[in-house]
Design a protein around this ligand. Sequence first.
Ligand code: ADP
Ligand code: ASP
Ligand code: MG
Length: 468
Amino acid sequence: MTRLVMKFGGSLLASRHGIRRVGDIVERAHSRGNEVVVVVSALGDLTDSLLQAANDARGWSEGEISEAIDGLRRTHLHAIDQTSLRRDEKTAALRGIESSLEKLRETLLGISMLKELSPRSRDLVVSFGESMSAPIVSSEIMSRGIDSSSLTGGEAGIVTDEAFGEAVPIHAATRRATRRRLLPILSKGEVPVVAGFIAKSRNGETTTLGRGGSDYTATILASSIDANEVWIWTDVDGILTADPRVVGGPATVRRLSYAEAEELAFFGAKNMHPLALGPARLAGIPVRIKNGFRPNFPGTLITREQTKSRGIVKAVAVVRNVGLLTVAGETLQGRPGMAARVFATLASSRVNVLMISQSVSEANISMIVRRSSLRSAEKALKRELKNQGVAVDVDPAVSVVAAVGAGMRGEKGVAAKIFGAIASRGINVRMIAQGSSELNVSFVVDEGDAEEAVRALHSHVVDHVRRS
Ligand code: ADP
Ligand code: ASP
Ligand code: MG
């Protein structure tokens, strides 16, 4: 028997007859004798709307809160309407949504009364997305004569610390609790439907794992219950050679190693949580990325195996919303400890550095940080390096473009091909870095050039030949 964890993304769930489609996929897997754990995202981009509502609620009146609640009701009503539930089952599903919406209304009212939004209450608000979609999917599965129950991530046993917004799972506690909760359900032949993205702290508070966190929920559960495979169902044919919204007709990358896929996730391909592949890699569980609209297409298979492809670069991705920070000055030269001081300053201001480069002359250090922390990074460095003959410069309008593929390792001429392609479009490269793993070459360009850079790399460098 095969134990599968199947995660269904918000884009698929919110598509026309999306939940029926999910029902078809689960029914087929279950009827073949597999044990199936389902993980779901919130419908469509509901998490964005909930985040917005949480922020705006500080200044909202009761009427404005009701309007937001009405919008959420319509979204779920529309989804329920397209399921294969009978009329009475639809009414029951809607009652469940009403009771969640009532709790959400109370939470938003609390925020509007206090005019204050804590990270804790923000997590509580966004958790409603997944906790409303899971029961609908569970009802769809039941309507096909398969026993099913829905659980929040916390109920399923995912235990985290209290870093609201980006909570970190506590491995041993999660393994114990998820096995205790899920294994008895599976042994009865039932299909548990788990709300992705959300979890519980040890004190029982609702936490979330960070954006794109449902993929992470799936791999955490899979490793905890020793699943054989994770299938991530989305709305495109797997991991593609580039973002389909930027490049026309990208191909599917059929095979990736965990390391390659983690690089791509980090660089934002398929909006996956950057840590989502970790639990699968550690446990050696294969992950498939599949298209819910074309269930028979194999999609992408991610395993330990590192395959070299003829074209060397397998895919191109972009990180947006970053800024470039440069510390420059002759006093940086030949003075041991200056780099340490720069990074210690950033660390104490809780600024995460995504990319670093320093020239041999040591006259400057360039760094890429998230745009949201650019200003605090600049302030902290200016304070620390005052009167040291060092200039701190920022450029908020840049993007990082990355070419990813294990085949670059030890291969000569890859950089020449990449930068030749970029130069041929007249794009200026601001900064370059290559990880010592040689899995990616990344470089910084002006934000306005990022899409053109991706298109240039895709047409000149990415492997279109290998399709196996
Ligand atoms: P889901 O709702 O299934 O989690 P997301 O919307 O989070 O899906 O991510 C899937 C989307 O990511 C695709 O629809 C696609 O437009 C976009 N995307 C960007 N780059 C890539 C890539 N390299 N491969 C696949 N999808 C990509
Ligand atoms: N709904 C959450 C998000 O949009 C988690 C996910 O979809 O993976 O980030
Ligand atoms: Mg997603």
